[in-house]
Design a protein around this ligand. Sequence first.
Ligand SMILES: [Fe+2]
Length: 437
Amino acid sequence: MATTLLLVLFGSVSLALSVPPIHTQPEQVHISYPGVEGSMVITWTTLSVTESIVEYGQWGRKMFQFTAKGNSTLFVDGGREKRKMYIHRVILTQLVPGTAYLYHCGSDSGWSDLFYFTALRETWTDGPRFALFGDMGNENPQSLARLQKETQAGIYDIILHIGDFAYDMHEDDGKIGDEFMRQVESIAAYVPYMTCPGNHEEAYNFSHYRNRFSMPGDTESLWYSWNVGPAHIISFSTEVYFYLGYGLELLFKQYSWLKNDLEEANRPENRAVRPWIITMAHRPMYCSNDDKDDCTKFESYVRLGRNDTTPVAPGLEDLFYRYGVDLELWAHEHTYERLWPVYGFKVFNGSTEEPYVNPKAPVHIITGSAGCREKHDGFIPKPREWSAFRSTDYGYTRMQVINSTHLYLEQVSDDQYGKVIDSIMLVKERHGPEAWN
Ligand SMILES: [Fe+2]
C-alpha cells in the first residue's frame, strides 16, 4: 500500500515537472523605423500567447500616457523540436520627431523593463549618427559591450546591422537566435536597429530573419528603403544571388524594385532633399581577403550578376553607378576595408590630394568585424590598387551624414580599446550620375 502511494506521489511529481514553463514575460525587445516620420515599430518575443501592447509617453511627462495595440504572429522554428514563439509587433504613430519617449511593452500577463528612444526626424539639422557593422555572433561578439555603452551614452541615433546575426539564429532549435536577440536588446531597444539578411540567415528560407525583424515595406525585411536627414538608405539582399533554390524570381523582383527605387530617389525634387544615396547589403562587390569568397577569387555575382541562369541575372555595379549611388556599405568579410572611389575595377578619385572630395565613382566600405565565433578573416598580402585602408581588428564603423555635402566615416578598433584607426570626410558638391563627370 505504502509503495503504491509512493509511486502515485512520484508519478504526480514527475508529471508536474514535465509541464513546460509558462512564458508570458516579454523579451528580445527591439525597435525599428517603419519609414514614416513620427512612427516606430516595437518588436518582442514571448513563448506563450499574450496580447501585444505598448504603453508609452514623452520623457518628463506623465508615464504611459499613451497605449498602442498590435498583434503577434506564431513563428515555428524549422528544427527538430519545432519550437514555437510569438513575435509581437506594435506600431507607434503620431510621435513628435526629435522627442524622447519612455516605453514598456507586453500585456497584463507581464511587462518588459522600461526603455526609451528618440523619435526619428526625416528633416535633420545636425546630421544623424550611425553605428555600422556586420557579422556579430552570440559567441565572441567582441564589439558589443562597447556598442552597448556608447548607444546608452547617446552617441548613436541609428544602428545598421549589415547581415549575419547570432551564428546562427536557427541553431539549437532557435535558442541561439533568442539569446542573440537578448544580447542586443541593450542597444536595439533604444535606437532603431535596421538590418539586411546575410548568408548565416539562410536556414529554412531565411525564416528567422524574416520573422524576427520588422523593417519597412512588405518584403519581410528582405529589401526596403527609408529616409533620414539628407540620406536615402537602401537595404537589400545579396543572398538572392546565391540561394537560387528559394526562387530566381526573387533576384529579378529585387532588381526591378531597386531600379524603381533609385529612379524615384533621383527625381530632382527628391534628390534635392535627400542628396545622399547609401546602400547596405551583406556580401561585397570588392574585397581583398584571402578566403574563398567570390570577391577575391572569382567575379562577384553581386557586382556583375550571373550568366548561368535563364534569363541571365543582372548585377548591381552598373545600376548603382548609373543612378549615382554615393556610398555602398557591406560586411561578410570579418575585417574592415575602405576602398578608393571605384567602378569597374578602376579607381576614380576626386583628385590625388583629395581623393574623397568630389569622387567620380561610388565609395565602398566593408565592415564585418564586429566579432563572431568564426573570428577574423585574413587579407591577401598585397592590397589591390582600389584598396585604401585595411584592418583585421575587431570593431565597427561610425558614420554621420552631416549635411548635403559632407559625410563623415570612422573606424573604431575594439582590439585597441576604442581607438579610431581610420577616418574620411566624403565631400560631394554634386550628387547623382552627373557627379561622375
Ligand atoms: Fe556572411
